[in-house]
Design a protein around this ligand. Structure first.
Ligand code: PEP
Length: 259
C-alpha cells in the first residue's frame, strides 16, 4: 500500500456566484469537518478567493485554497491576467497549471504551462500540473506519448527540491465533463507510466513520493474503484465538486483508499 496521502481537488471552473460559492464552501467544510486522511483543496473562481478563504479560516478548516490558473509574469501590462503574488496575497496555496480547458479552449502551449509551473514553484506555492490526451490522440494510440510529452515539458528545468511541491493530475480530455471515465486499470496503467517517467527524470525516491491524481467525471460511485489503484493518489473533480454530498463522498473514498 502506498504511503502517499491522497489529495482531492474541487475545480469549480467558471461556476458559482458570491452567494453559491459561500454556500458551497460552508457545505463542504461542514460535511468534511477536519479531514486528516486526505488533503482537500478547493479551486474557486478568482473573484471569490477572498470570501472562500475567510469562510475556511472562520471555521477552522484545513481545506486548502487553490487557484485555477495564473499568469507567469510577476506584474506589468498584461490586461486581464493574474500574477502569482496576487494569488499569494489572497491566501492561495495551490495553483493548477495546464488544465485541459486552458490547453484546448484557450490554446495554452506546453511552454506556457511550464512557465506557469515555474512561477508557482518559485513563489513557494504548490502546483498541480494537469496532463491528458484527447479522444483523437487516444484512438490514434498516442495516449502514452502525449502524456509523456506534457509531463516532460511541464516539468522542464524543475529542480529536485521544487518537485516536492508538484502533484500531477492525469485527466484524459475525453473524460472531462462527459460522464465517461477511464476504467481503473487504464488509469492505473497511465499513472504507473507517469511515475516511471518521473523516476527517470528525477529519481526513484521522488517518484515514489509524488502524488499522481486522476480527473475525469469522478462521482461518489466510481471514485473508490479508481482510487484503490496503487498509483492513483486521489482526484481532481469538476462537476461533482459543485455538489456538497458528491464532493464529500469522493473525498471519503480517497481517504478510505489508503490504510
Ligand atoms: C476537471 O475539470 O478537472 C474535471 C475532472 O472535470 P469533471 O469532473 O467535470 O470531468
Amino acid at each position: 500500500m502506498s504511503h502517499r496521502k491522497p489529495l482531492v481537488g474541487g475545480n469549480w471552473k467558471m461556476n458559482t456566484d458570491r452567494t453559491t460559492s459561500a454556500d458551497l464552501t460552508r457545505g463542504v467544510v461542514d460535511a468534511l469537518k477536519v479531514q486528516t486522511d486526505a488533503e482537500v483543496v478547493v479551486f474557486p473562481p478568482f473573484p471569490y478567493l477572498l470570501s472562500v478563504r475567510a469562510i475556511l479560516r472562520d471555521r477552522g478548516s484545513n481545506i486548502r485554497l487553490g487557484a485555477q490558473d495564473v499568469y507567469h509574469k510577476p506584474d506589468g501590462a498584461f490586461t486581464g491576467e493574474v500574477s502569482v503574488s496576487m494569488l499569494k496575497d489572497c491566501g492561495v496555496q495551490v495553483v493548477l497549471a495546464g488544465h485541459s480547458e486552458r490547453r484546448h479552449v484557450i490554446g495554452e502551449t506546453d511552454e506556457q504551462v511550464n512557465a506557469k509551473v515555474h512561477a508557482v514553484l518559485d513563489a513557494g506555492l504548490d502546483c498541480v500540473l494537469c496532463v491528458g490526451e484527447t479522444l483523437e490522440q487516444r484512438e490514434a494510440g498516442h495516449t502514452d506519448p502525449v502524456n509523456q510529452r506534457q509531463v516532460r515539458a511541464g516539468l522542464a528545468e524543475v529542480t529536485g527540491d521544487m518537485i516536492e511541491r508538484v502533484t500531477i493530475a492525469y485527466e484524459p480530455v475525453w473524460a472531462i465533463g462527459t460522464g465517461k471515465n477511464a476504467n481503473p486499470s487504464d488509469a492505473q496503467d497511465v499513472h504507473a507510466k507517469i511515475r516511471k517517467l518521473v523516476a527517470h527524470l528525477f529519481n526513484q525516491d521522488i517518484a515514489e513520493r509524488m502524488r499522481i491524481i486522476y480527473g475525469g467525471s469522478l462521482k461518489p460511485d466510481n471514485a473508490a474503484g479508481i482510487f484503490n489503484e496503487p498509483d492513483v493518489d486521489g482526484g481532481l473533480v469538476g462537476g461533482a465538486s459543485l455538489k456538497v454530498e458528491d464532493f464529500a463522498g469522493i473525498v471519503r473514498a480517497a481517504a478510505a483508499s489508503r490504510p
